[in-house]
Ligand binder design. Sequence first.
Ligand SMILES: [Zn+2]
Ligand SMILES: [Zn+2]
Length: 158
Amino acid sequence: MKYLTGKEEQEAAIFIDKAAKIALNSPCFRSRCGSVIVNNRDVIGQGFNSPPIGKILSQCLKDDLPKDFKSDKTCCIHAEQRAIMDALKNDPQKIIGSRLYFIRLDENGKKEKAGNPYCTICSKMALDVGLAEFVLWHEKGVCVYDTEEYNNLSFNYK
Ligand SMILES: [Zn+2]
Ligand SMILES: [Zn+2]
């Protein structure tokens, strides 16, 4: 992982802002997230979290699941998954070597800083399609992870 500085950081901030705008479309009542996938400054995929298409949920699945339920508890397809599926439709060749930007909004629609990587669903999918890098906005700044590193960190999240 490395923190971006200077021009690189400024450029990344533009894509994080773009992801934040996309996140505003999320119909989820628990959490709104957005993601864009960029290859050479071209946005090739984008997405926000939402329940599977055709499903309208009035409460999160999480509320109905047994306490010892071990798998993903969220109501939604994750923003990163949606962006990857979008990029696969738009330009599958360009996913190879591309970079994914992720942001979560707070309840007021403002960008929220991310904690450590933890989602193995998205980290595996990113690795599988050949995404090169994953970008999160941390307290310390804009951080770029190699996708394999991101996947390893997610599996070691405690
Ligand atoms: Zn949701
Ligand atoms: Zn995820």
